[in-house]
Ligand binder design. Structure first.
Ligand SMILES: [Zn+2]
Length: 194
């Protein structure tokens, strides 16, 4: 059942604190359509009725029910080869996005999977659905991007893959944060730790 992958990933994101009760959204591509979580749905307890099918390029009767980030999901499918998109609010990543120009993970897993994570929307008040084209453009070069004061957008061939990149980003950002608190320079840590 298609909804089981939404439920699995929604549960991971919620239990790991990467979305709040009614935030974040997920979608998968189905040809010229996408299946996306309902506006305001609770990712921790997704039901079949929480999924909305609409066009990537065209609206239908269900379109108004789709997540408020629909424009971003559509732009990503129009401009990349992604088959799945995960949008979350990972707290350590969002916090670092306020002070960094980009995220450069210093841990082994982060460096291997996400060598450089761009941060978009600097000095902007970002509304839901904003920066769609910029996010899609950035995702041609990487697996996940951050939008300042908002959250992350990750892509994959499966929802599980995009969820994995989201969790790797947050783990890397948590480590970067802890190193900052300890006064350890991440670059020095990297050269000694390899
Ligand atoms: Zn959001």
């Amino acid at each position: 059942m298609v909804s089981s992958q939404f439920q699995t990933v929604g549960c991971i994101l919620f239990t790991q604190g990467l979305v709040s009760s009614y935030s974040g959204n997920l979608s998968i591509r189905q040809g010229h359509h996408l299946l996306i979580t309902h506006r305001g749905s609770a990712l921790g307890s997704i039901k079949e009725a929480d999924l909305v099918e609409t066009g990537i390029a065209k609206n239908n009767r269900a379109t108004p029910l789709a997540s408020s980030e629909l424009a971003v999901h559509r732009a990503i499918y129009k401009n990349t080869s992604a088959l799945a998109v995960v949008h979350a609010h990972p707290p350590y990543a969002v916090a670092l996005a306020f002070i960094e120009k980009e995220i450069i993970p210093c841990d082994l897993e982060g460096r291997a999977l996400l060598p450089k994570v761009p941060i978009l929307g600097k000095e902007m008040v970002v509304k839901a659905g904003a920066l769609a084209e910029e996010i899609a453009e950035a995702l041609k070069q990487c697996k996940v991007v951050l939008v300042q004061s908002h959250g992350s957008f990750a892509i994959g061939q499966l929802l599980e893959e995009a969820c994995y990149y989201t969790t790797v980003l947050e783990q890397s950002c948590r480590l970067l944060y802890l190193l900052k608190v300890l006064g350890v320079e991440p670059k020095r840590y990297t050269s000694q730790g390899t």
